[in-house]
Design a protein around this ligand. Structure first.
Ligand code: GCV
Length: 693
């Protein structure tokens, strides 16, 4: 049924509209007559608010919350500490395996009285269990036999905000920053709490508040007080605060020069990590941070990368830099997340090899509270890349995976691109790092290398626009990131269905049609932007439209550097006869990627310069296959438009119109991608652009 009002998308997936199916509603009303939630911690108060609001909304009637009682048909939400009866019911052994964030949701019967219980060792587990419980009702799951055990596979599940203190967001497409720096710390925007609710609902437990291209001012007392105010809002939701820091922070602003970011907020002339004065500066600064934010999580550092300062300026290594900070943070339980996003295409024959070359020799040299944080691919969040080989090559260093939720290279907030299938492809990629079956996921979750700490980060796609993410469907990417960070074994399709049910309703036609649209949308985007392993052929700087012709300026941003089109063929030769980037992967991958016949076609032009008339597995020549992929991608967008139009009767009118307009723009821009790229490559292939039948 079409909703009677215009939905602005601001409630995300936490809508709690009354269950529309009468039979289901009756079932839920029967099962939940009251909420029994003992305890009084700030997190328990959050749980009470959320469950009262959620269950009352979904059941269409006010449900009371009690702190104690014996009524039948109640939902009990408690740790054994507050509900001693739980200790006697055989849950003890179960609780042992849950850690501090896991939970059990179970339908039980005691003395003939039916009850639903959410139990956990810690309030944070109860919080996650409560959101899961609400999700069950939102997605119309029966509760009478419910028996769920869940705990996260990865310890740190973070959002990385690339938000600047001037309110802008690097690669943000949903307005300005959520953080109202001018008004903090005295004024607390209600959206901070809603942000925390949304994050907690999908299991995110930490946030890096500011851009990795960090302004040193974030560490001034003035800004730290603002950060602390946000940390206070986030804490009851289980979200810890982290900051990106500028490696030159200890340096005096007097040393700032035009065009370089060396000037910091300190009084030193150096930020050499081995200099005792530098170490002392960080020691005092970290002490100040923890005085304001006692559960502060740690620092994210982009160093010696894209103009950001770092230890290499002083002849020191990444390990020297990371370890100095780690040593200072260690007494407080803080960590360092040191990014491996380094490159220098001007001097490297192949930019994508740089991170591996710089970091692998440092394996084993990092302190135990240092993560090396690497992007999923060796280049830069392209529509498709093979996995960053560093993941398999640093067995003694906890590797944190960085994914990008914001669609920097995938159509910003204009294109409907559901990213979970892409993340699953990376997570399931067999690195062979410990023999067959060494998926990237098994490295990230620590099972392969037995890491003491594990983590995953997603570059956020949030902004201050009413619907948070710009495109209504971009909300699904925030949601899916959190769900996969919690449990990477879930399927992209199941997560999509959950999100659809929670945001667009449980109508079977809506669920199946929207699910179909979403599931093919990433592959379609790859096809109309960079099929068959092409990469980095977008417009320079803006990273939205096509720019295959770009051949001036800096080497690292030249499209021609990456696609290498010539009269013979297309693609970057990274085989053993070329840059030999294939050698950075464990066997048998080098051999597989090296052979034209064995290289997966999705990576073909990533690893090979292929002749135009080379025949692919379809029997088509490279040129014909390229044409048909570009057309398949744009055709898919046309198909999504038709699918969406077919749902007009069943979707909220405001959401319907919003998505229809964006699909229209996507169709136009996908065709521009296709035509610009094919017409440009045709100058080299000399062959007609073959429209598929
Ligand atoms: C935050 C790419 C992006 C930059 C980003 C950088 C990074 O180069 O275009 O905007 O900077 O990656 O991840 O550090």
């Amino acid at each position: 049924m079409r909703a009677a009002y215009a939905d602005d998308g601001s409630r995300l997936w936490l809508k709690y509209d009354t269950v529309s199916d009468e039979a289901q509603l009756k079932h839920y009303r029967h099962m939940i007559r009251a909420l029994l939630i003992p305890g009084n911690s700030p997190t328990v108060q959050v749980i009470r608010d959320e469950l009262r609001r959620g269950v009352s909304g979904l059941l269409g009637k006010e449900i009371s919350v009690q702190a104690a009682g014996r009524a039948a048909n109640v939902l009990v939400v408690a740790t054994p500490h507050h509900f001693r009866a739980l200790k006697m019911t055989g849950y003890a052994s179960l609780l042992d395996s849950l850690g501090s964030e896991g939970y059990v949701i179970k339908a039980t019967k005691k003395n003939g009285a039916r009850a639903l219980v959410i139990i956990a060792n810690d309030d944070r587990g109860l919080l996650y269990g409560s959101f899961h419980f609400l999700r069950l009702i939102q997605t119309h799951r029966a509760l009478d036999r419910i028996d769920i055990i869940s705990k996260p596979r990865v310890q740190l599940r973070l959002l990385n905000h690339w938000d600047n203190i001037d309110g802008s967001i690097e690669r943000g497409y949903a307005g300005k920053s959520l953080w109202q720096w001018a008004d903090l710390p005295s004024s607390i925007d209600p959206r901070y709490r809603d942000y925390a609710r949304a994050c907690a609902s999908i299991g995110i437990n930490g946030t890096v508040l500011n851009n990795v291209n960090a302004n040193p001012r974030i560490l001034t007392p003035e800004y730290l007080r603002k950060v602390a105010a946000l940390a206070d809002v986030f804490r009851p939701f289980g979200i810890r605060m982290f900051l990106s820091v500028n490696f030159s922070s200890p340096i005096s602003a007097r040393f700032e020069q035009e065009g370089n970011r060396k000037g910091g907020i300190g009084d030193l002339s150096t930020s050499d990590p081995l200099n005792p004065a530098v170490r002392k500066w960080w020691t005092m600064k970290v002490k100040e941070v923890y005085r304001l934010i006692p559960d502060f999580g740690g620092f994210l550092v982009k160093a010696s990368s894209e103009g950001m300062p770092g230890p290499q300026e002083y002849g020191r290594t990444h390990a020297d830099g990371a370890n100095m900070l780690a040593e200072v943070l260690e007494p407080y339980g803080g960590v360092v997340m040191w990014r491996s996003f380094v490159y220098d295409a001007a001097s490297d024959a192949d930019r994508v090899k740089r991170a591996y070359n710089e970091f692998v020799p440092l394996d084993g040299q990092f302190r135990s509270n240092v993560f090396v944080q690497a992007k999923n691919g060796p280049l830069d969040f392209q529509p498709r890349e093979p996995v960053q080989p560093l993941f398999g090559a640093m067995p003694r260093t906890p590797m944190m995976l960085e994914l990008q939720i914001t669609q920097e290279y995938l159509g910003h907030s204009t294109h409907l691109v559901y990213l979970a299938p892409m993340w699953k492809e990376y997570l399931q990629f067999d690195t062979f790092a410990g023999g067959p079956g060494s998926s990237l996921a098994s490295i990230v979750d620590g099972t392969l290398r037995k890491y003491r700490m594990t983590g995953i980060a997603g570059v956020a796609n949030t902004g201050d626009q009413q619907n948070w993410c710009g495109h209504f469907f971009a909300q699904a990417n925030w949601f899916a990131y959190g769900r996969l960070a919690w449990d990477h074994t879930q399927s992209a399709g199941d997560i999509a269905k959950e999100w659809i049910r929670m945001t667009l309703g449980n109508d079977a036609g809506v669920v199946s049609t929207v699910h179909a649209m979403m599931m093919g949308s990433w592959e379609a985007c790859v096809n109309y932007m960079t099929p068959l392993g092409l990469h980095h052929i977008m417009q320079v700087d803006f990273h939205y439209g096509p720019g295959p012709r770009h051949d001036t300026g800096r080497e690292d941003w030249r499209s021609t550097y990456y696609h290498r089109a010539d009269s013979n063929g297309l693609g970057f030769d990274r085989s053993s006869a070329g840059s030999n980037a294939v050698s950075q992967y464990p066997a048998p991958l080098p051999e597989q990627f090296d052979g034209l016949a064995t290289c997966p076609e999705k990576y073909l032009l990533w690893f090979h310069h292929v002749q135009w008339d080379h025949r692919l597995r379809s029997g088509k020549t490279l040129w014909d296959e390229l044409c048909s992929r570009y057309y398949a991608g744009t055709d898919y967008v046309g198909q999504m438009q038709r699918q969406w139009r077919s749902l007009e009767h069943a979707i909220d009118p405001a959401i319907f119109a919003h998505v229809r307009a964006r699909l229209e723009a996507q169709k136009t821009h996908a065709a521009i991608w296709r035509d610009t790229c094919l017409q440009y490559f045709q100058e080299f292939s000399g062959q007609p652009i073959a429209h598929p039948d």
